[in-house]
Design a binder for this molecule. Structure first.
Ligand SMILES: NC(=O)c1ccc[n+]([C@@H]2O[C@H](COP(=O)([O-])OP(=O)(O)OC[C@H]3O[C@@H](n4cnc5c(N)ncnc54)[C@H](OP(=O)(O)O)[C@@H]3O)[C@@H](O)[C@H]2O)c1
Length: 280
């Protein structure tokens, strides 16, 4: 009797540019933990070719995709069905392909960024969010993706501070039904202290720190920068100098969001600790 060849599972991350992506290493490490044979490529997709490239990947036997900048909104539009968290985030970073009854390609879209962040904070850093005061800086795409999972943890207050206050107010409108969330500017924070301060602005990318008073850190506060880099980010350095008890970048979030995508595709939960250690 002929042995049936084991099917090779096929994944990739689509973005533009994509050269920096750590996702192929992360997913190969996860697959190794379960003895799974996968391919995972980082593919630079040219503008205007996103939808066509996604559909071809799915039709050619692709199982799933991660989607990164600048295609998360297009991925959201492309998905036939979306999870509730992706629906609220307005962005999709994980696509899963299947075949419908008539042989047509079906695309499921999810957003694992927020659950990745929450798992890193509560699991890896052991900082519980329930009943805590949380300050989130920024109101762009990354912040929109993390608000629902953060509010699901029932913080006492989630204060959303942004340079352009009106953008924070729009997000409060969208997410207000999920918990206590308020909008403010950076100049209204002088008398308040927070247990968890998340920098979701793009300031670190330019070597800058949002204009914040140094008094915002409660005792044992965790300062979390969504951006990750080999060196401590400007926000982490600033938080340390102001006396924040703990500081981290977003590398743990990156690995945890990947683990959630891996679970969506394969139904298996990888051990993230060794992978975070390897990347550090
Ligand atoms: N770890 C991970 O897995 C992960 C995943 C996704 C994103 N990220 C990181 O998240 C960060 C934000 O990305 P994004 O996609 O949300 O960007 P985005 O949509 O362009 O949003 C940028 C936000 O940053 C604010 N901002 C920009 N420069 C600023 C400055 N100098 N001072 C104060 N605020 C400033 C903007 O304020 P205005 O509204 O006033 O313009 C806006 O709220 C990036 O550092 C990115 O690397 C990490």
């Amino acid at each position: 009797m002929m042995a049936t060849a084991k099917k090779l599972e096929k994944f990739a991350v689509f973005g533009h540019p994509i050269g920096h992506s750590k996702s192929p290493v992360i997913h190969q490490q996860f697959a190794k933990q379960f003895g799974l044979d996968i391919t995972y490529e980082a593919i630079d997709v040219a503008e205007n070719e996103f939808e066509q490239t996604v559909r071809e990947f799915g039709k050619n036997g692709g199982n799933g995709l991660n989607i990164t900048v600048p295609y998360k909104l297009e991925a959201w539009q492309l998905a036939d069905v979306r999870s509730e968290r992706a629906e609220l985030a307005g962005a999709v970073n994980t696509l899963k392909f299947s075949t419908g009854n008539n042989g047509e390609l079906k695309i499921f879209g999810d957003n694992t960024d927020g659950v990745g962040l929450v798992t890193d904070i509560q699991g890896n850093y052991q900082v519980k969010i329930k009943n805590k005061k949380v300050l989130v800086l920024g109101a762009g795409g990354a912040v929109r993706g993390i608000l629902a999972p953060l509010l699901d943890c029932q913080p006492q207050l989630l204060l959303l501070a942004n340079r352009t206050v009106s953008k924070a107010e729009v997000l409060v409108e969208i997410f207000g039904h999920k918990g206590t969330i308020k909008a403010t500017g950076f100049d209204n924070l002088a008398d308040q202290q927070f247990d968890l301060i998340i920098n979701g602005t793009a300031a670190s990318l330019k070597g800058e720190v949002p204009p914040l008073p140094g008094t915002i850190f409660a005792k044992n506060a965790l300062a979390y920068d969504l951006m990750y880099s080999a060196e401590p980010t400007p926000f982490m350095e600033w938080a340390k100098n102001q006396g924040a008890a703990k500081q981290t970048d977003g590398l743990g979030m990156l690995v945890e969001q990947a683990a959630e995508s891996f679970y969506i595709w394969n139904g298996l939960r990888p051990d993230t600790g060794p992978v975070i250690k390897l990347l550090r």
